[in-house]
Write a protein that binds this ligand. Structure first.
Ligand code: F6R
Ligand code: MG
Length: 382
């Protein structure tokens, strides 16, 4: 049976700052999804949040970019926004960039990851959802899961994984993508995906049979809207087991709290902290960036689960290291590399400061001028 899991998320406003979704807004979204399930548009669903992002997980047989499924998500976000506005929640409706729905949600603000598969007899999946960071934040764990045998021994031990994987890397600035082979081309791959702001691993395929292994949301709201309007907090769906990463291999990729861009005012590097759904709220310095993971089985288009994957003492040490890193990074205050490079900051105040000071800068003939590193995104400053 061919079925699709659609994970669609948006920040439609949150309680006491950008930190957590209010339960009443989730209840409003739930009414819409329950109705869509009654009508048979979707077969199953689960609603959750990470920080200020409302996450709709839906399963169905309508394929990717289906108008009815996307319209359902749009109505859910609209209804949730209504409640958000009634309660005076902060930044109500912030990620909904358009007033009218036309066909599908692409380019309209919500983040989307859709995995369409021919169901295996058992189809285990993990869904990872993060707040206060951006889609390129998943490059590091995807590389670990699908390309690094020190993380995923299955690449060596499981004959169905031996041939490796193909990774589709999207250049979000130029709107073009390239398919790279692992392990043969991992140095080229790493050359690109280390630049998290620009290159995003969108999909991974198993080389042996072209079966899809993962899908990442690729929306970058600041690029969609031309100016910063909201966060690009990403979601990732990973297919597990039997020739794909085992659940534990997928989770192992998050055991090191690596640094990601985002955090306070979308302008700082901070450690990605894997937490349970209970702790999925952004508090200290609006973070640190949080990640939740949910495990499901997909059968006949229905979802069994979830299991709250990071609700586990095995990740206590990761969280402790993340807390230490939080202290370490915070002590840099407004200095890079805690603060992001100017081209990637959510609040681009630097041009304003330079403008204000322009008459006070004196020419120094002894110093040869270099091209401005702040002038354009094309100068390798991503
Ligand atoms: C970052 C984020 C928050 C806000 C910060 C300031 O993605 O959501 O860190 O940027 O709370 O928010 P405003 O500018 O709305 O006061
Ligand atoms: Mg968010």
């Amino acid at each position: 049976m061919r079925s699709t899991v659609s994970v669609i998320k948006a920040d439609i406003g949150s309680l006491a700052g950008h930190h957590v979704v209010h339960p009443d807004t989730m209840a409003a979204a739930n009414r819409v999804l329950a109705d869509a399930k009654r009508q048979g548009i979707i077969l199953d669903y689960y609603i959750t949040n990470v920080g200020d992002d409302l996450e709709l997980i839906m399963s169905h047989t309508r394929g990717e970019l289906d108008t009815k499924v996307h319209e359902t998500a749009w109505s859910a976000f609209k209804e949730a926004t209504k409640v958000s506005k009634e309660l005076g929640l902060y930044a109500a409706g912030q990620d909904l960039l358009s007033d009218t729905f036309s066909g599908n949600l692409k380019g309209m603000g919500p983040g989307i990851a859709e995995l369409e598969v021919e169901e295996r007899p058992s189809e285990p999946i993990a869904i990872f959802m993060a707040d206060k960071t951006e889609p390129g934040a998943f490059n590091f764990p995807l590389y670990k899961m699908f390309c690094d045998p020190f993380n995923t021994p299955g690449l060596v031990i499981d004959p169905t994984m031996n041939e490796g994987f193909k990774l589709e890397v999207l250049d979000v600035y130029e709107g073009q993508s390239v398919l790279l082979n692992s392990p043969e081309e991992i140095y080229y791959l790493l050359g690109l995906i280390g630049t998290m702001a620009r290159y995003v691993i969108r999909r991974v395929y198993r080389k042996a049979d072209n079966m899809i292994g993962s899908v990442t949301s690729i929306e970058r709201l600041n690029l969609i809207a031309g100016k910063y309007v909201g966060k690009d907090d990403p979601v990732l769906i990973v297919r597990l087991q039997h020739g794909f990463p085992a659940l534990g291999e997928a989770l192992e990729a998050f055991s090191f709290p690596y640094l990601v861009p985002g955090w306070m005012r979308g302008s700082h590097y901070g450690p990605l902290m894997p937490v349970s759904q209970r702790d999925a709220k952004a508090t200290r310095f609006d973070g640190p960036p949080r990640l939740i993971g949910l495990g499901f089985n997909l059968k006949n288009g229905k979802l069994t689960g979830p299991s709250d994957l990071f609700d586990d003492p095995a990740f206590d040490e990761t969280r402790r290291v993340a807390a230490i890193m939080t202290d370490y990074m915070r002590r840099h205050g407004p200095f890079m590399p805690h603060r992001l490079e100017p081209t990637e900051m959510e609040y681009t105040t630097l041009p304003t400061i330079i403008e204000k000071l322009k008459d006070r800068f004196k020419k120094e003939d002894s110093v040869k001028a270099k091209p401005s590193v702040y002038a354009s995104k094309d100068q390798g400053m991503d």
